[in-house]
Every structure is written in C-alpha cells, then in structure tokens.
Ligand binder design. Structure first.
Ligand code: PLP
Ligand SMILES: N[C@@H](CCOP(=O)(O)O)C(=O)O
Length: 427
C-alpha cells in the first residue's frame, strides 16, 4: 500500500517509509492511497472470527506485502493480547473499555503495533532511529512501554510540565534505558509543534520518526476497537453510534476508517472538553485552532488536533457530507464531574473524566429508538486518581501495572522551547 502526504507536495511512499519517516518531508501526515472495503460476507459473519483474525483482515491491505502475512499475524498476536470488554451501562448504552493493556489506556495497541513494525523494518539495526513523541498524558507511557529496550531505537517523549496526571508522569519518566522524557514549559500543542519542527530541521541528522497517531502504524490499529465492539453487539440488531472522547482525533478517525472498510456504523460523535476547535468548526465552518486549555480530562487538552485533516479527507473536505455521519460536542469540567456522579449513582460504574465525556456525547446526540450507543472508556480511572477520588465516593485499587512504576523516581530534562529539543537531539 502506498501513502500520500495530506500537504500534497511530497512524493507518495510505501508503508515502510511512512512508518520509518512518521511525517512527510512537506510536513503533511500520510494517508492511504486506496481503501478497499472488506467483503460483506466477512462483516456479516464477523462473530465466526477471532479478534486476531479480525485485526488481520482490517489491517492487511494497509501493510500490503511489506510485512509477510505470517509476521503480521505474529505482530497482531503480540499486540491484541488483552480484553476489550463492553460493559452495559443502561438499556441502550455500553462502555467499551480499552484500558486493560499494560499502561491502562487505549494507546497500548497502536504503540505496540508500531514498535514491532519498526523493529521489523530495522531488523538489521543498520541505523539508529530516534522516535519523537508528544504527549498530553497517555501516549507517552504507552510508547515508553512499547519501545522499552528496543534495539537501535531511542525514544524521546515531550510532555507539558504540570499538565499530566501523577500516574501518567510516572509512566513516562521512570523507565530509563532507551527512553528519555523532556518536560516542556508549555502545553501539549507546543510539544506537538516542536516534534513537527524537528522533522524539517536540516541541522538534525539523526533519523527521526514519530510515535504519535500521525504515524500510520500508530493510528491504523485503533480501527480494531470498532470491529471488536461491532462483533460483540452484532446480535442486538440496532444501528451503532460511537461516541469517542477526542483530543488529537486519531481514535475517532480510525473508527471512520473502519466504517470505510464496511463496518455498518450509523454515526460518530467526537466528544471533547472545552478544547473545542472541532465542535466550533462544525457550527460555523471555520477551522480556528487555539492554544489548548487545561482541564480535568487532560489527555484531551489539544487545541490543534493533528488528525482532523485526515477526517476531512475521508469526507472529501465536504462539511455537509461530514455532518451526515459526524457530530462533535464540547463539555466543561463541571459537566464532566456531574456526569461521573450521575453514572456512578445510577449504575455503580466508575467512569474517569474522558469516558464521562464520551457518555455525555451520546446524551447530547440523543439516541433514537433503533440506535445503540457505545462510548469509548479510553483509560482506567486510576490514571486520574485525584479527580476520580475527589468526585466519587470511591477508593481506587492500584492495579499491578501501576504499582510497578508509582514509587519510582521521576527523571526528566526540563526544556522551555524548540532550541532545548534541538540541542538535546544534537548531542
Ligand atoms: C484517555 C484518553 N482519552 C481520549 C484521548 C483522545 O484520543 P485522540 O487523541 O485519539 O482523539 C486520549 C489521548 O489521545 C486519551 O489519552
Ligand atoms: N491524548 C494524547 C495526545 C497525543 O495523541 P496521539 O494519539 O496523536 O499520540 C496523549 O495521551 O498523549
């Protein structure tokens, strides 16, 4: 499969190059040249297939023959190695829990998948690769864990100082080995901007790639979740509506790709916190990215979502076409906390702030009689321990994955601007 840059001035390239480069030379993110829907028969009989088989069918055309089928299956087996349960919340709503992996957020699948693709493409370790990643909280930990100890790979994580939760900070600053954390005096968008700037800086001769969802190998495996949910809900015979708590918009964009592959999904809701660039765009057609604002759903504190350009591409840059399938609503911290309480007191379910915003998205959309809503619970409540325990009368047990890092010493290098990143990379 070949990929083109969404800035349209770099040449098209292979899956391998798209993964190894991360971003095109013209600073555009890559998009697959073609998408062929899966057979109707496969979709209709999806319950006959294992999650590994489904993931293979979903991803294989995007990899093409650049990774042999046997190897791709092994990568999937190592990636899709935990559960993705659907928890019934009420008669027509379920929570799709994506946090049962090693770092307890939905990023684990993409991070592991990308790490293994890169390892395959760089198997002779001819070149040392530096993986740059900007995080508002969860990507950093997942990428650190996914790439820990990978030969010939150094990971550099940029995160906004004071704007990630304590657990998230421990996950991305304590592993050592080939992982370095840079603590940025700024917001997530500053980190993301610095990463993109580094790609174009000709003084930096290190081979760079990105492990954010701008990298196709990080982004595309997120399609799997929508297939797994569809499989689990096949028998209910209702139209599916997904509400995805959104920040950089990679996850929801992967869902729309799943629909493009033939998954019958009625509607997508991108639920955001007060970082409302996309909800505003749907109202007035003006795309006006703003610096991100701090909220209790910090992993979605993104003012200029990298993937929205992919979503526009999927709808031929036609706003009216987009609106037929896609809505986006923004919610405040007060609404988020109230909803966490409502869900808890009505059902006993502990939703963390991002999941609660997903649930709010479904409520605002207003499900019809023939529709069933799924909100993505994108992280475990323990990752937002302070917010959850001060909002709900619960004490969250610390899972083993988190116990491993929580008492370790944070090691991070403070930087205040792009020059700080550059001088680190030039060392
Ligand atoms: C817990 C959580 N929820 C939601 C999001 C938003 O996902 P996306 O950036 O794919 O829109 C993130 C970060 O990406 C996250 O960490
Ligand atoms: N919310 C993310 C922000 C980066 O998103 P990505 O999917 O593009 O890596 C985070 O947790 O870091």
């Amino acid at each position: 499969m070949n990929y083109y840059s969404l800035h349209h001035t770099s040449p098209n390239t292979t899956f391998k190059n798209a993964v190894v480069q991360g971003l095109a030379k013209d600073r555009g993110i890559y998009f697959p040249e073609n998408t062929t829907p899966l057979s109707k028969d496969f979709i209709e009989n999806i319950t006959d297939y294992s999650n590994h088989e489904i993931a293979f069918e979903a991803i294989k055309q995007f990899v093409g023959d650049e990774i042999p089928a046997k190897k791709l299956k092994a990568i999937i087996a190592a990636t899709v190695s935990f559960d993705f349960p659907l928890i019934k919340i009420d008669d027509n709503i379920a929570s799709l829990e994506l946090f049962h992996g090693p770092t307890m957020a939905f990023k684990d699948v993409g991070a592991k998948f990308m790490a293994q693709c890169l390892e395959y493409f760089n198997k002779d370790h001819k070149e040392e690769i530096t993986v740059l990643v900007a995080t508002s909280g969860d990507t950093g930990g997942a990428v650190a864990n996914g790439f820990l100890g990978a030969k010939g790979v150094n990971v550099v994580i940029l995160y906004p100082s004071g704007k990630v939760s304590d657990v998230q900070e421990k996950q991305l600053t304590t592993l050592g080995q080939n992982i370095t954390a840079l603590e940025v005096d700024g917001v997530f968008d500053d980190c993301q901007e610095m990463v993109k700037t580094a790609f174009l800086d000709t003084d930096i001769t290190k081979k760079l790639t990105s492990a954010n969802s701008i990298n196709v190998a990080r982004w595309l495996p997120q399609m799997f979740y929508f297939f797994f949910a569809y499989k689990a809900l096949k028998k209910i015979n209702k139209e599916l509506v997904f509400s995805v708590p959104s920040g950089n918009f990679g996850n929801i964009c992967a869902g729309i790709m799943a629909k493009k592959l033939g998954l019958p999904i009625q509607h997508f809701i991108a639920a955001t916190n007060i970082n409302d660039t996309v909800p505003n765009y749907l109202i007035d057609g003006i795309y006006n990215p703003k610096p991100s604002k701090t909220t209790i759903s910090n992993a979605m504190d993104v003012g200029n979502p990298s993937n929205f350009i992919r979503i526009r591409e999927l709808f031929n840059n036609d706003l009216e076409l987009l609106k037929n399938t896609f809505s986006s609503y923004s919610f405040s911290d007060i609404e988020t906390r109230t909803t966490m309480k409502d869900i808890y007191y009505n059902t006993g379910y502990v939703a963390e702030p991002h999941g609660a915003i997903g649930y709010l998205g479904l409520k605002k959309y207003g499900l019809k009689e023939n529709e069933y809503g799924v909100f993505l619970e994108t992280a475990h409540p323990v990752k937002f321990l302070d917010v959850v325990e001060e909002t709900l009368p619960v004490q969250i047990e610390i899972p083993e994955q988190i116990q491993k890092v929580i008492n370790n010493k944070k090691v991070a290098i403070p930087i205040s601007n792009y020059e700080g990143l550059k001088s680190f990379l030039l060392k």
